[in-house]
Design a protein around this ligand. Structure first.
Ligand SMILES: NC(=O)CC[C@H](N)C(=O)O
Length: 238
């Protein structure tokens, strides 16, 4: 573990795979120690340099956050500091989401994407796919991406004032299991920039993965978030 003041990373611990994120984050080694805080109340959030929103059930996470008085503080946090959303967390970071429960879902926003909940199908249609991802340690070793009722990114439209979006991983149609292939309805749908094949991206200091790195034993996305998102943001704020 590194020397100096710890980097404080919060993990939103309302519901879902927060404990799994904690285990992997504990493995990450950077030049400073990492302190992990499970976020259940507003006071916890103030100390954090970055935040992870886990996979789980976005409607439940949003409801419990509302009951804990965390919705507005989380929205403010997203405006200022790096946040990584995995699966349900990716939905919550979206500017817009389709397939939400009536009157139910509150998004935090922060990333200029639109997502479709359960866009890859139901629980039984969960799947895994090995992906080569840009910017990870050992980029030639595929990362096993686990998709469980994952959202599909249906639109990526950064506004003129927002930081640009950087695509980190794309699920090639060829890699998809039978029945999951994206069917081209017209010529435009075959556009290689098709947002529907994007499964990991970053915008500014935020990171979105529609799959669950926290359900693997591979800490490379956790390392990526700390090194590429949180540490540079801390440097900038000095
Ligand atoms: N594994 C997941 O995080 C699933 C996300 C879930 N489908 C939702 O809408 O929130």
């Amino acid at each position: 573990m590194g020397e100096g003041n710890p980097i404080v990373i919060g993990i939103l611990a309302m519901q879902g795979a927060f404990a799994e994120h904690q285990v992997l984050l504990q493995k990450v080694r950077v030049e400073r120690p990492i302190k992990i805080v499970l976020i259940r109340q507003v006071e916890d959030l103030a100390k954090c340099d970055g935040l992870i929103i886990p996979g789980g059930e976005s409607t439940t996470i949003a409801l419990l956050a509302r009951l804990a008085g965390l919705t507005e503080p989380l929205r403010e946090f997203v405006q200022k500091k790096p946040v990584w959303g995995t699966c349900a967390g990716a939905i919550l970071l979206s500017k817009e989401a389709e397939g939400m429960k009536k009157g139910g879902q509150e998004l935090l926003g922060g990333v200029d994407i639109k997502t479709a909940r359960n866009g890859w199908g139901s629980q039984v249609e969960s799947f895994e796919a090995p992906l080569y991802t840009e910017g990870l340690r050992e980029p030639n070793r595929p990362f096993n991406c686990i998709f469980i009722r994952a959202p599909v990114i249906t639109d990526i439209t950064p506004s003129a004032l927002s930081p640009p979006v950087q695509i980190i991983a794309r699920l090639s149609a060829l890699l998809l299991p039978r029945g999951q292939q994206i069917v081209a309805e017209d010529e435009d749908d075959t556009d290689p920039r098709d947002p529907q094949t994007v499964v990991a991206l970053r915008q500014g200091r935020h990171l979105v993965t529609t799959f669950h790195p926290e359900l693997t034993k591979d800490d490379r996305f956790h390392e990526f978030f700390v090194k590429q998102c949180v540490l540079p943001a801390l440097e900038e704020s000095k």
